[in-house]
Design a protein around this ligand. Sequence first.
Ligand code: FAD
Length: 288
Amino acid sequence: MKISEILKQNKRTISYEVFPPKTDSSFESVRAATEEIASLSPAFMSVTYGAGGGTSQYTLEIAKNIESCYKIPTLAHLTCVSSTKETVRRRIADLSAAGIQNIMALRGDIPKESENMPRDYRYAVELVREIRGTGMDFCIGGACYPEIHPESISREDDLNHLREKAYAGLDFLTTQMFFDNRLYYKFLENAEKHGIFLPIIPGVMPITSVNQVERAVSLSNSYMPKEFLALVEKFGSDPVAMKQAGIEYAIGQMNDLYENGVKNIHVYTMNKPDVAEYILRSLSSNLG
Ligand code: FAD
């Protein structure tokens, strides 16, 4: 099923993100974790794509497995910046042949050592055009950044590029994680002012350890509100309490989003079935 069809149903939903194994040896444990998450019947599941190394084919395998065993619609991520046109076209054809109907079209991060990197694509908008150019009937998602992309020179510039990407053929957008919902609400207003009228699914990350806080700040410059920092201060030295507090904070964010009219929320579950299950149990009365 296409995600655009799920979004049109106008029901409250949760979707979950998982990532494929980074090494061949971890394939089985990742597959088991993703299957456990799929058995919770989220509205859809996204499977990220690691461009580097030889494990990028696992995105397809994990996505195929989720679709065929659990009948959960999947969103296969695909990045372009460090790939040749040939590789990208092969991946798109493989996804189509496997019956995957949804692609998240991403640029990907520019690798630190980029001297010998292929230069066939510079921005995600080119990948969106590439996918649309195949004539295959995919539903296509794109990434967006309520706190602007870290490489952007200004908010204005980022939103103008986002509009270009949207009009190249996107069906929906998913946001980078954020920890203050006001940033998301403001972003929705700004996107509309810039002529972007696509569904914008908020991406919520349940933080389960202090390391993750540091990673979120360094990766995406996420603003951490003082209520959240107070939790880290209070529970940071106790891993069990920190995990519980981080999940509860994310549930608080999600309740506020639903109360403010948001229908679909994407959760960065990081291959943790216990986190996915806890969230679903806590919010089940809010769904449907
Ligand atoms: P783009 O849309 O190309 O934007 C990148 C930057 O270029 C922005 O600053 C933008 O303003 C600017 N820009 C865009 N078009 C132009 C133009 N024409 N001229 C000048 N500047 C321009 N990474 C992975 O490797 N694998 C994943 O599975 C993955 N999944 C993700 C899922 C989500 C929901 C999000 C938010 C991010 C994900 N990422 C993933 C990270 C993503 O690849 C990085 O954030 C990357 O740096 C940007 O990708 P993008 O698709 O947003 O790029």
